[in-house]
Design a protein around this ligand. Structure first.
Ligand code: CMX
Length: 433
């Protein structure tokens, strides 16, 4: 058994009694009340999921295994000559809760390298799809097509429940190793005249992705940062929760990840990063290429709101302050993108949008989220096909979703099955019928 898997197994064994004890001895302890507005309103804030991979505080933002984003970026070992950590080391942290050594990272990188060859039939499927198919549809189709590779599905009838996590771990590593290549393949096939760049087995995950995209440094660091920042945001968001829900039926990692990708593809979730750039381009287009000044920008924001649309990249279901994933990317922009017109535009939005959302009085959180800033960096480094942005979000999100599913299986989380009530039952509960 390899080092990471050994370590993971010993962590699982340590953890299992905690979950068992909570369930057996304290199963009746009440954690939350549920109101009608929560039932009708998308289950906001109901405390009914558990994960140890990440925790989202409304004011502080995300912590991965207890570490804030600045801590993760500072403490994880860096790729030599780069400012950003290895994605491989970050995955080690998500899985085990421990910071990896250089040796640990080498081992994860070598596992990914061994497993990175994409089956030819996946390429055939992608090539058969009409080229104007959305890249998220292509990614989702590629992932679900690989379901036949699932070790968990193949061995399910032979497996002991206590060992489900092991086959799920194998499936996860097999899938994660291939995702950057599938994503870059979609990009080069769809937008770069089919000029495919094959992987360089000597590079780390982020470096290899940049290489296969055909974009020079510091795009390798951007890719590392991007995959890390987008990896996990607790379990309740649409993509993470979809992955968890599908996996709870003991569907394998391929089914769960494909479903996760479909949830991420919605404009209120991951697709917002594409929407931000599309919205900015619309504004610039309607100004004949000129960047609007502050007053003009305010008018555009109000016009968008008055037309009944949301301002993409702003607001959040949990956060109540500026998203630290936004801040981490903004810091990168301040260093590398000073003077870039689109960055100036986004910066102006940061100034203009929150007071307008506050004045409008609807959004509970007027501050920017991760999607407000990520497209700008991609645009600057030449990825101007903004419908591709969510694909990179999905590659990152797969790190968190798979880590959660492996742990869910290890701790024996059951089928998810909340209870529904009828409208009349709610009216009765409210005492109005
Ligand atoms: N622009 C305009 N109105 C907004 C808004 C925004 N950016 N954010 C919230 N609102 C509105 C909501 O549409 C809602 O209006 P109605 O009462 O008319 O339905 C009201 O304010 C209250 O919403 P909320 O409780 O503050 O926010 P939700 O939890 O319902 O939704 C989110 C959260 C992210 C979907 C919402 O803020 C939004 O639509 N933002 C823009 C899209 C976006 O950037 N999504 C990406 C989020 C990060 C990610 O998942 O990738």
């Amino acid at each position: 058994m390899a080092g990471l898997k050994d370590k993971l197994y010993s962590k699982i064994q340590e953890w299992r009694p905690r979950t068992t004890r909570l369930l057996k001895e304290y199963g009746d302890v009440k954690v939350d009340d549920v109101t009608i507005s929560q039932i009708i309103g998308g289950m906001r804030d109901i405390k009914c999921l558990t994960t140890d991979i990440s925790y989202l505080d409304p004011m502080e933002g995300i912590r991965f295994r207890g570490f804030t984003i600045p801590e993760v970026l500072e403490k994880l070992p860096k790729v030599p000559g780069s400012e950003m950590p290895y994605v491989e080391g970050f995955y080690y942290l998500l899985l085990t809760g421990d910071l990896p050594t250089d040796e640990d990272i080498k081992e994860v990188a070598s596992e990914f390298r061994k497993r990175q060859e994409v089956p030819l039939y996946v390429i055939d499927i992608l090539r058969t799809m009409p080229r104007d198919t959305h890249p998220m549809t292509m990614l989702s189709a590629a992932v679900v097509a690989m379901q036949r590779e699932s070790i968990f599905a193949r061995d399910y009838h032979k497996l002991n429940k206590m060992d489900y996590w092991d086959a799920t771990y194998e499936d996860s590593l097999n899938l994660l190793a291939k995702l950057p290549q599938i994503a870059a393949y979609i990009y080069r096939m769809k937008y770069k005249g089919d000029t495919i760049i094959y992987p360089d087995k000597d590079l780390d995950m982020g470096g290899n992705f940049a290489h296969m995209m055909g974009i020079d440094t510091p795009y390798d660091d951007i890719s590392r940062l991007y995959f890390i920042l987008h990896s996990d945001h607790e379990s309740g968001n649409v993509s993470a929760h979809t992955g968890h829900l599908i996996a709870s039926a003991l569907s394998d990692i391929y089914y769960a990840t494909s479903g996760m990708i479909n949830g991420l593809a919605g404009p209120l979730h991951g697709l917002a990063n594409q929407e931000v750039l599309a919205w900015i381009q619309d504004v610039i287009h309607s100004m004949d290429g000129k960047i609007p000044n502050e007053e003009e920008m305010k008018t555009f924001v109000w016009n968008t709101l008055k037309s009944g649309k949301v301002i993409p990249g702003f607001g959040h279901a949990v956060l109540r302050k500026t998203d630290p994933r936004y801040t981490a990317q903004r810091e990168f922009c301040l260093k590398y993108l000073q003077g870039d017109p689109i960055f100036k535009f986004v910066d102006l939005l940061y100034k203009v949008v929150p007071p307008i959302l506050l004045e409008q009085g609807k959004a509970k959180n007027p501050w920017p989220n991760v999607d407000a800033q990520s497209g700008v960096i991609q645009w600057y480094y030449g990825v101007r096909e903004y419908d591709f942005y969510t694909v990179m979000f999905a590659v990152g999100r797969a790190l968190g979703v798979t880590a959660n599913i492996i742990w869910g299986r290890a701790l024996g989380y059951p089928l998810e099955r909340p209870k529904s009530l009828t409208t009349e039952m709610l009216e009765k509960a409210a005492g109005i019928v």
